[in-house]
Ligand binder design. Structure first.
Ligand code: UTP
Length: 291
C-alpha cells in the first residue's frame, strides 16, 4: 500500500517577467480569472483531490498570497453590518482549516527544482503534489484528482502531459516514452526545454505532478540545467528506473496563465462556463467580433 497523498507544494516565487508591469508589485498568482485568483483555483483543485496540507514557496513581494488565506476580520464585520450574507458565506466556505497552510521562502529564484527543495522540511518522507498555479486546467474531473487516481494505482510519480507543437518543445519539459497506451505513458527519460531537433517526443509536462520524496535528494545536488536554473525535470529524471514513473494524458484543457494570450483565453473560457455571467459574455463576444 502506498502512502496516501495529503500534501501539496505550490511554488509561487517566480518573477513573472512575462506579465510585467502587472507583476511589478503584485504576485502573478494573485491575478484573477473572472473573480478568483489563480492561487485559489490551485488550492481548491488540490482540496478536491483530498489534499489537506499546503506549502507555498514564496519570494519577495508575495505577501498578498499569504493574506489571501487569512480571515479578513474588518471585511467580514462590514459585510455582516451591511447584511451581505451571500458574500460572507462564500468567504467562510473557502476558509482553509487553521494550520493547514504554511509558507517557506525561496530567497532567490534559482529555478523550480530549487523552489521544491526549499519545501523539503514540509515534505518529509511523504508523497506530495505539485501545482503550478499559473497553469489552469478546465476539466470534468479536477486534473489533480486524475493524477491522484493514477498514483493510487501505481504508487509512483505521475506527471500531467499534453502534446505541444514540435517547434515549441524548447519551452517545456519533454518525455522520452517507453510505452504508451494512449492515456498512460511509461517514461524512460525527461529533458527540459530540448531543441525541436533533439526532442525525444512532443509530449510536454504541465504544472501538475505527484512526486515521491526521494526527488529531494537529487534536487539537493543543485545541478544547474536549462537556463542555468536548478530544474525540477532534471531531479525527476533521476528517479526514473528506481520508482514507477508515468505521464498521464489528462482529460481537460490547460491554459498557460503566465502568458498573456493563455491568460486571456482562460478568462473567456472560464467566464463562458459560469452560469451567472456566461450568457452575457457570449452575447458580448458575438457582438464584439462582428465584422
Ligand atoms: P515560470 O517559468 O512561469 O517563471 O515558473 P516565472 O518567473 O513565474 O515567470 P516568467 O517566465 O518570468 O514570466 C513556473 C513556476 O515555477 C515557480 C513560478 O512561481 C511558477 O509557479 N518558480 C520558478 C519558483 O517558485 N521559483 C523559481 O525560481 C522559478
Amino acid at each position: 500500500m502506498s502512502k496516501p497523498l495529503r500534501k501539496a507544494v505550490l511554488p509561487v516565487a517566480g518573477l513573472g517577467t512575462r506579465f510585467l508591469p502587472a507583476t511589478k508589485a503584485m504576485a502573478k498568482e494573485m491575478l484573477p480569472v473572472v473573480d478568483k485568483p489563480l492561487i485559489q483555483y490551485a488550492i481548491e483543485e488540490a482540496r478536491a483531490a483530498g489534499i489537506e496540507q499546503f506549502c507555498m514557496v514564496t519570494g519577495r513581494g508575495k505577501t498578498a498570497l499569504v493574506e489571501h488565506f487569512d480571515i479578513a476580520f474588518e471585511l467580514e464585520a462590514t459585510l455582516r453590518q451591511r447584511g451581505k450574507t451571500a458574500e460572507l458565506k462564500m468567504l467562510h466556505d473557502q476558509q482553509l482549516p487553521p494550520g493547514s497552510i504554511v509558507t517557506v521562502r525561496q530567497q532567490e529564484p534559482l529555478g523550480l527544482g530549487h523552489a521544491i527543495w526549499c519545501a523539503r522540511a514540509f515534505i518529509g518522507e511523504d508523497p506530495f503534489a505539485i501545482l503550478l498555479p499559473d497553469d489552469l486546467v478546465l476539466s470534468e474531473t479536477p486534473c489533480m484528482q486524475q493524477l491522484a487516481d493514477v498514483y493510487a494505482e501505481t504508487g509512483g510519480c505521475v506527471v500531467a502531459v499534453t502534446e505541444v507543437p514540435r517547434n515549441q518543445t524548447n519551452r517545456y519539459g519533454i518525455l522520452d516514452i517507453e510505452s504508451d497506451d494512449g492515456r498512460l505513458v511509461a517514461v524512460k527519460g525527461l529533458v527540459e526545454k530540448p531543441k525541436p531537433a533533439d526532442a525525444p517526443s512532443n509530449l510536454s509536462i504541465i504544472g501538475r505532478y505527484v512526486m515521491l520524496p526521494q526527488v529531494i535528494e537529487y534536487l539537493a545536488r543543485m545541478q544547474r540545467g536549462a537556463g542555468n536554473e536548478v530544474q525540477l525535470t532534471d531531479g525527476m529524471a533521476q528517479l526514473i528506473g528506481k520508482v514507477p514513473f508515468h505521464g498521464l494524458r489528462y482529460e481537460g484543457r490547460r491554459f498557460d496563465c503566465g502568458d498573456r494570450i493563455g491568460f486571456l483565453e482562460a478568462q473567456i473560457a472560464f467566464a463562458l462556463k459560469r452560469p451567472d455571467i456566461g450568457p452575457a459574455v457570449r452575447a458580448f463576444l458575438k457582438s464584439y467580433v462582428k465584422p
